[in-house]
Design a protein around this ligand. Structure first.
Ligand SMILES: *Cc1c(COP(=O)(O)O)cnc(C)c1O
Length: 361
């Protein structure tokens, strides 16, 4: 079978080894004679997956003790609401850093729940770069500060995170978790939908500092309460069994391929290949993001004129490259280079770009 080169932004490609293992195990999960989708979430087998997957994340991200790892449903979009419902209480104020489409959605949802302030923004730069956060002083007493570590649509990503001191820092890491190393201890809460870098859609990973759980009010619905989910070890209700199982396989694949450090090394080389084809093109291709904010995960770019850009997309598809059309908010082109995208696929894309330029430039 000839698999296309998959540069989809999400749901995104999964490692071939993982898909093959899932296929092999689909009818008989760990000797049960049943599919993983057919067993009770209260069974010993599912308990094992749940626990193992949690442990794998703790190991790969070097999560310090004092944090809980949760597997919830509803995607990162539900977290946009859940974060303020749990923490934007008692008339307090939260700070939001505005860097593009996804932070914008988080801001809009939080604004419906309570009072927020925009602590920093790159709106005036049309989200070509991440907001300047070094040296921003955050008002003490804020409930939390929220940021988006990688803006999937504009293709911008933080190099360094702000120091918010005692104020809990909360991050949406949906599109770059497990792609590079970082200190979990700088964050009070991290959330990420699985479908970019961890597995299929359907499960959202939450890493939350345990002391935050105590302050959550009782009068919010249980299904939206982090404390209830933590107390029930993510088994408060039926979990997305198959998605968690797939995340389990992806995490083992990461572990077998050099861990997060290995991913980061490879992701850097991959991004260099594609940005290299843009930068060496003498203006035929142009990157949409400022150099210092360029994302290693989502390369946003354009061809110097719209006709050529349409032709590029057509030719790319004919040559087996899929998912290169940019999001409607940013337009143009986007190549998403998540963990499962191989170096060889990125090399093929960079070669194709150079070849296209030679033929049509
Ligand atoms: C994809 C994405 C989301 C939305 O995730 P859903 O699972 O569709 O709710 C939120 N934030 C970021 C940064 C994303 O990349």
């Amino acid at each position: 079978m000839n698999k296309p080169y998959n540069f989809n932004a999400g749901p995104a490609g999964l490692p071939l080894e993982v898909l093959l293992q899932a296929r092999d195990e689909l009818l008989d999960f760990r000797g049960t004679g049943l599919s993983v989708t057919e067993i009770s979430h209260r069974s010993k087998q599912y308990e094992e997956i749940n626990f193992e997957t949690q442990q794998l994340l703790q190991e790969l991200l070097d999560v310090p003790s004092g944090y809980e790892v949760l597997f919830l449903q509803g995607g990162a979009s539900t977290q946009f609401a859940m974060v303020p419902i749990n923490f934007l209480t008692d008339g307090r104020v939260a700070g939001y850093i505005h860097s593009g489409t996804w932070s914008g959605k988080a801001i809009a949802e939080a604004g419906k729940v309570g009072k927020i302030v925009i602590a920093a923004s790159s709106e005036a730069d049309r989200y070509k770069k991440v907001p300047e956060v070094q040296g921003v002083s955050f008002r003490s007493g804020m409930a939390y500060v929220h940021l988006t570590s990688n803006e999937t649509i504009a293709g911008i990503q933080y190099r360094d995170f702000p120091d918010t001191g005692d104020i809990p820092l909360i991050a949406d890491m949906s599109s770059d978790i497990l792609s590079r190393t970082f200190e979990v201890s700088n964050f009070a809460l991290i959330y990420a939908g699985a479908q970019k870098n961890m597995g299929p859609s359907g499960v959202t990973v939450i890493i939350i500092r345990r002391d935050l759980l105590d302050g959550i009010p009782d009068n919010i619905p249980d299904i939206l309460n982090y404390r209830i989910h933590a107390k029930n070890r993510s088994l408060f209700h039926t979990p997305p069994v198959f998605s968690v199982y797939m995340v389990n396989l992806v995490l083992k694949w990461i572990r077998n391929n050099g861990g997060v450090e290995g991913m980061e090394r490879r992701n850097r080389l991959k991004a260099d290949l594609v940005y290299g084809a843009i930068d060496d093109s003498g203006g035929f291709f142009g990157g949409l993001a400022d150099r210092n904010s360029r994302s290693m995960m989502n390369v946003t770019f354009r061809v110097y004129n719209d006709e050529q850009e349409k032709l590029f997309l057509r030719q790319a598809e004919l040559n087996g490259f899929v998912g290169l059309k940019g999001h409607r908010d940013a337009g143009h082109l986007r190549a998403s280079l998540y963990n499962a995208v191989t170096y060889e696929q990125c090399k093929a894309l960079a070669d194709f770009m150079r070849h296209f330029q030679q033929s049509f430039g």
